[in-house]
Design a binder for this molecule. Structure first.
Ligand code: SAH
Length: 253
């Protein structure tokens, strides 16, 4: 595995709301040691910052290339697989993987398109709304009484497993399908489907005055697990649109 190969295929590391720029620098260093080079920062508290460069110890290029985004959804728009990292299971039910299993999943998906590994804030981690944008989560099984790693240390563990999995690849990766309709839908396509589905459920008064959160979460889980392709999403949206149109017709006086 050469650096240029790994950079082209490598998953992006997305750090959300990082509070200490030193951690951004240490994360960049952790990434570069493992051959990862694509860093995205979502609303960092301070960046660019001399402390980030001080702790990157020569991984300046990773910091120089880092993209800053206002929201996590922006950073993930073109991703076909998104994996969160959390020290503990939240109220959002999602498949939980070990770093090793996560690395296998990333490698299987990276031939198909963009993959993101998402890391949370030092103090509070990832919020539930952010976890809901992800297909699965990686948990580093640490000391149960003290399970929260430093952000850059967590990046190091996950990046190491990715590198080991890459080095262990025997056969060359299969070529991705030529037609993008044969790939899993990307994040932006899925989110647009979810907002259509939300509007549809309102139109048919599915929630009957109750809070929609639980149902919305479960439906998100279902579709994130199924990883529909764009063609399948178009069929689903067609069904929603046709039903909405019929409803409008039948409601006309
Ligand atoms: N108090 C926070 C800890 C955040 S640590 C919380 O409970 O969520 C900062 C980030 O490092 C986390 O959001 C996560 O991305 C990563 N991280 C830390 N420890 C981890 C662990 N044991 N497994 C997976 N990710 C971890």
């Amino acid at each position: 595995m050469t650096d240029s190969q790994s950079l082209a295929d490598s998953p992006r590391v997305v750090l959300v709301g990082t509070q200490h720029p030193g951690n951004i620098g240490s994360a960049a260093r952790a990434m570069k040691t493992m051959g990862l080079g694509r860093l995205m920062l979502v609303a960092p508290e301070r960046f660019p910052d001399p402390d980030a460069y001080a702790l990157s110890a020569g991984a300046n290029d990773v910091l120089d290339r880092a993209e800053v985004h206002a929201t996590l959804a922006d950073a993930l728009a073109d991703c076909r697989l998104v994996i969160a990292t959390t020290a503990r299971q939240r109220t959002v039910p999602m498949p939980e993987l070990s770093p090793r299993e996560g690395a296998q999943r990333v490698i299987a998906a990276q031939a198909m398109g963009q993959v993101a590994l998402v890391f949370g804030r030092e103090r509070t981690g990832l919020e539930n709304e952010e976890l809901q944008l992800c297909h699965a989560s990686i948990c580093i099984q640490a000391n149960p009484d003290y399970s929260s790693l430093n952000l850059a240390a967590a990046v190091q563990v996950v990046a190491y497993e990715w590198r080991m999995a890459m080095l262990g690849l025997q056969a060359p990766q299969p070529a991705p399908p030529a037609d993008p309709d044969d790939l899993p839908a990307d994040h932006a396509q899925l989110e647009s489907f979810f907002s259509h589905l939300g509007a549809f459920l309102d139109d048919i008064d599915f929630h009957k005055g109750k809070a929609p959160d639980m149902v919305t979460q479960r439906l998100r889980r279902l579709f994130l697990r199924a990883q529909p392709d764009p063609r399948e999403l178009r069929i689903l949206r067609g069904i929603l649109s046709d039903t909405q149109r019929l409803l409008q017709v039948s409601r006309k006086p």
